[in-house]
Design a protein. Sequence first.
Length: 241
Amino acid sequence: MKMRKTITLTGLLFIFAGPCKAQRNDLGSWNILNLKYNVNETWSVFGEAQIRSLKFYNNFHYYEYKGGVNYKINKSLALTIGAGSYQTYKEGGNFELPKNNDEFRLWPQAVLFQSIGKLKIEQRYRYESRFTTNGYRNRFRYRFGISLPFGNERNDYRPFQISASNEIFFTNNEPYFERNRLLFSFNYKPSANTTLQIGYLQQFDYKINDETGRDFFLIGYYIDLYNAHQHTSTNMDIKDN
């Protein structure tokens, strides 16, 4: 119990004490489409596409597409290997050239899950090998998130969830700290296989030029598919971004 409290308090410090003053000019848009196929209770594969703008659905400057494989060791630990393309354009218009960054990224990660009553806790550790326009880079990411499902149960799941997460990005080169990303979101499951997400995301960047920190309106659509012989899972985890 003491260990659980320590983990919880440590994560909350990241959420509420991190550098949360993003560059506030205009509210941008952050859009996610995610598709996951659950092979069985242990293995799954996924694909995801994102597109972002620095103004509200204008000045689109970034898109990414990625995919990977998940392996769930037990209910408390999952491992992932993923890869993708990440494209950042110049500010001032829609996909303005020249690009700020043209990147291929390979990333393994581990996610720890924990529950305290109805409250769900997630800790994500990710290492990124980044092949960028400006050469090779390493990056390390840690995300702490909490979520609370609520509403009347439908076939063993609750249709609503509120969540908050904070993620820090750092590297092995000076100045070491690169970015802080804070997210508050509301999720709705119209069915066991689909989740709609809306949220507010605040991103602060420190001396990096591949993407601009900003405040974003986030909207996501997540689809879970299952093997015909597999029992449908109804867990609503903190969504990736």
